[in-house]
Design a protein around this ligand. Structure first.
Ligand code: FCB
Length: 440
């Protein structure tokens, strides 16, 4: 494996998944607080009330990062921690927390990458329609400007949104995520307003932070066809259009993909599709969250006539996600060819496996270490093929609140005992450290 000298190695987390601290210190309620406190929504009734208690233990966590030799850390800001009602009055204690975290990182020579929105919308804004409301564009822009103004003297790397597809469709169409709606047209509105919010926020971040590097993070799987039949090939195109091009085309070309517009039809009613040209502001990088391959086949089922099929092998993680490292290489090359972002980061990649209990101060997780190793290799091959990949953030630093799965899925390279909050390095963390130090 070869990586350029300037290549950045890091780990990623998200506010609601690790911070805890409940509604302490003036933090406003977010949609995941409401959702996880609604019976039946999250496995085992788990909530993010305590999570990894990172709010109180961030110093220890920064020390862990330092110990692992991380060069960068991607975390997200909890919008309702800094603006409890989403707009208007600021919560000084919330801003202070992120100030201290950033200072701690810089002291440890760890470069902070801030994600502004990783899913914890203030509930007060959801009560006003959330991302479905056209006003959400301005709400987000104002919040982005606030954070850029406050942290921009020290934070140069900014990610506007994390996985707007998941926010829109799992939140509003499948209902698996907060706010838990089942309304396709609401999902398309939420997607649209996130894109416009991104477009509005980027120049505001730039004007508050002159040497800012700004990007957005998308979830894109590698899409493959179940067979080479024409019907299955077309199903792949639809899957790619629905999840990836619906965001990539607006961001890089200023328009929605017409094949999907035609297919979706009525659910787009009331959306001024041309307005999406405002999403195509110049950015510095594209963040890619890559986990798996989706294999699509034609199905009778509306609306998109896609069936995602499983392969007849056991290379799947505990999420049921196929382990397919070469998809990362192929996807990076495709993105580079089709959209040519100035730079790319892998802003998330990792795997959930059932971990054994710690023994002798370490958790043996050979499958996770092998998963990472295979994906690092794929990334290094993409670089060799000319992809401007600048860094790699492992998901995740810590075991944490895995959304609808609660604490039942562990993605950390650091094990968390949720009873005691003790952190224990996994073998994969030691492997990551070796990679960073050029020893693996
Ligand atoms: C991504 C999310 C992240 C984490 C991983 C497993 O979709 O961005 O918060 O849950 O999946």
């Amino acid at each position: 494996m070869k990586f350029p000298d300037q290549f950045l190695w890091g780990a990623a987390t998200a506010s609601y998944q690790i911070e805890g601290g409940g509604l302490e210190e003036g933090r406003g309620e977010c949609i995941w607080h409401r959702f996880s406190h609604t019976p039946g929504k999250v496995m085992n009734g788990d909530t993010g009330d305590v999570a990894c208690d990172h709010l109180h233990r961030y110093r220890e966590d920064v020390a862990l990062m330092s110990d692992l030799g991380l060069q960068a850390y991607r975390f997200s800001v909890s919008w309702p921690r800094v603006l409890p009602a989403g707009v208007g009055a600021i919560n000084p204690a919330g801003l202070d927390f992120y100030d201290r975290l950033v200072d701690g990182l810089l002291e440890a020579h760890i470069q902070p990458f801030v994600t502004l929105y990783h899913w914890d919308l203030p509930q007060a804004l959801q009560d006003r329609g959330g991302w479905e409301n056209p006003d959400s564009v301005q709400w987000f822009a104002d919040y982005a400007a606030l954070m850029a103004g406050r942290l921009g003297d020290r934070v140069k790397d900014w990610i506007t949104l994390n996985e707007p597809w998941v926010v829109a469709f799992m939140g509003n169409y499948t209902g698996d995520h907060a706010p838990g709606k089942h309304d396709l047209s609401a999902a398309y509105k939420a997607a649209h307003h996130q894109l416009l919010g991104h477009g509005k926020a980027v120049p505001l971040i730039r004007s508050a932070v002159p040497d800012a590097k700004v990007g957005i993070t998308l979830n894109i799987n590698y899409f493959d066809a179940a067979t080479d039949s024409e019907a299955d090939q077309l199903a792949v195109q639809r899957q790619d259009g629905y999840v990836a091009r619906w965001f990539l085309d607006p961001l890089y070309k200023g328009c929605y993909p017409t094949d999907i517009v035609e297919l979706v039809g009525d659910a787009l009613e009331g959306i001024d599709l041309d307005a999406v040209r405002a999403a195509a502001v110049p950015t510095d990088f594209l963040g890619l969250n890559y986990y798996t391959r989706n294999t699509a086949a034609y199905s009778q089922e509306e609306p998109l006539h896609i069936d995602l099929v499983k392969h007849d092998h056991d290379r799947y993680t505990e999420m049921g996600w196929e382990i397919y490292p070469d998809g990362l290489r192929k996807l990076l090359i495709q993105l580079h060819q089709d959209y040519a972002p100035g730079a790319l980061y892998i802003t998330e990649n990792g795997a959930a496996f059932e971990d054994p209990a710690p023994t002798d101060g370490v958790v043996e997780d050979p499958e996770r270490a092998a998963y990472l190793n295979a994906h690092f290799e794929a990334a290094s091959q993409a670089i060799e093929a000319g992809v401007p990949l600048k860094g790699y953030f492992v998901w995740s630093l810590l075991d944490n609140f895995e959304w609808a799965y609660g604490y039942s899925r562990r993605f950390g390279v650091v094990y968390v005992d949720f009873e005691t909050q003790r952190r224990v390095l996994k073998r994969s963390a030691l492997y990551l450290r070796d990679v960073i130090q050029g020893k693996a």
